[in-house]
Design a protein around this ligand. Structure first.
Ligand code: FAD
Length: 396
């Protein structure tokens, strides 16, 4: 007689959800469904690179490709509710019964109510946002009478640092292509804290600050963005003319959890409280950016969480002792411009080309978490491909 397999429903096709689905699908007692509102996996750490002219393939991978050869059923839907008493997840298109549910919905952009940002600023958190940003860059530079001289990146965290450094080279290249003097262009990086990368050591911040200056990025710290309009952004009382303002600063937890606050308990930072098995409610796991754990907010943590819940489910099904979750401190590696990065782990620090190699290695290992060696290597190789998709450029 065939065994009745447990229904595992994973919601979210990002770092945590995909890993959890791949790992639980290895258990023969489980039948896994992954629900996502996107048809592709967004590899966020590579988005700054795609946004500045490098391959799209490295950072946007179809879910069909990720789950090729696995038994995971992929469903395209947007989940809105959960009824944990009936063990049912409710999406816009359908309802899904589960024995175990795993949520990894990621975060959403938060403009903190700053006037004009939602209308005028650019963001690089999705494929449409990246297209809008790149089209604008090419459009602005292709027609000299509209040339934007000032490029403002808001947020001196990892994304803002990576993007402003890459942008300095990218806009200079586009300008050269159109015969525009790139020395006229200015890149500003705005940070509210006293230093860039405030979550890293002061020494690391200083090294990155120096590197950014050498790339002609001007770094403004202790500055608050107050509003933006069509032609400028107001920063600590000073109006800075710009048509290219990129917001990399604010995110907040996915609203699904607040909307279902009868089921989920939220911490002060709005992340979901979980127990030592990453469970937020009976048979409901919350992982990755959504869970209130020590190193939440990092891809490496989401991957580790996905593996962990699969272990918990395996132990439960086999009546084994369930392990307790132990958050592990990730190594932080931030690329700053071409072939240069800074890496830090506790008191250890590496900078320059060796750190760049570390980052390449980390990116490759990250692909290995999802793909076979050959497939990971193929994706990794696409990183070095320049994308020539700008018709405006070629038309000129
Ligand atoms: C620009 C950027 C750069 C980053 N760089 C780094 C880095 O260099 N190193 C690092 O460690 N971390 C980095 N991070 C953070 C890292 O990407 C996240 O920690 C990681 O993606 C979290 O994984 P997750 O599975 O929790 O969420 P995500 O990867 O965000 O996945 C969430 C998934 O849920 C889906 N979803 C959302 N709502 C619904 C819904 N209602 N119904 C169905 N599906 C839904 C989304 O479409 C998405 O597929 C970066 C983040 C950003 C934004």
């Amino acid at each position: 007689m065939p065994i009745k397999r447990k229904k595992i429903v994973v919601v979210g096709g990002g770092f945590g959800g995909i890993k959890a689905a791949l790992e639980t699908a290895k258990l023969k007692e489980c039948q896994v469904t992954l629900i996502s509102d996107r048809d592709h996996f967004l590899v966020y750490p590579s988005l700054y690179s795609t946004a500045t002219g490098w391959s799209r393939q490295q950072s946007m991978i179809q879910l069909d490709e990720v789950f090729h050869g696995s038994t995971v059923k992929i469903v395209h839907d947007t989940v809105t509710d959960i009824d944990p008493r009936q063990k049912v997840i409710i999406g816009k298109d359908d309802k899904y019964n589960y024995d175990k549910a795993i949520f990894a919905l990621g975060v959403v952009t938060n403009y903190f109510g700053i006037k004009g940002l939602d209308t005028y600023s650019y963001s690089i958190k999705s494929a449409p946002e990246i297209d809008r940003f790149k089209n604008h860059l090419h459009q602005a530079l292709a027609h000299e009478k509209h040339i934007d001289k000032n490029y403002v990146v808001i947020g001196g965290g990892p994304t803002g640092v990576e993007l402003s450094a890459a942008l300095a080279t990218y806009v200079a290249q586009i300008a050269d292509k159109h015969g525009i003097d790139h020395k006229k262009l200015q890149i500003d990086l705005i940070e509210a804290a006293p230093r860039v990368l405030p979550r890293m050591s002061e020494k690391a911040s200083q090294l990155v600050y120096d590197k950014l200056l050498s790339l002609n990025v001007s770094v403004m710290t202790n500055k608050n963005v107050e509003s933006e309009n069509k032609n400028s952004v107001l920063v600590s009382g000073v109006d800075m003319p710009s048509h290219t303002v990129v917001w990399t600063s604010g995110v907040s937890n996915h609203p699904f959890f607040q909307d279902n606050s009868d089921v989920f308990t939220l911490a002060e930072n709005k992340r979901v409280m979980v127990d030592e098995h990453l469970m937020a409610y009976e048979d409901v796991f919350v992982i990755g950016d959504n869970a209130n754990t020590d190193y939440s907010g990092l891809a490496q943590t989401a991957i580790a969480d996905g593996k962990f819940v699969a272990k918990v489910i395996h132990s439960t099904l086999h009546n084994k002792r369930i392990p307790a979750y132990r958050p592990s401190r990730p190594i932080v590696v931030i690329p700053v411009g071409h072939n240069w990065a800074i890496a830090e782990y506790k008191n250890l620090r590496v900078k320059g080309y060796p750190a760049h190699i570390l980052r390449m290695l980390a990116d490759f290992i990250c692909y290995l978490d999802y793909f076979s060696f050959v497939h990971a290597l193929t994706l990794f190789m696409t990183k070095s491909h320049r994308e020539e998709d700008c018709t405006t450029c070629h038309d000129k």
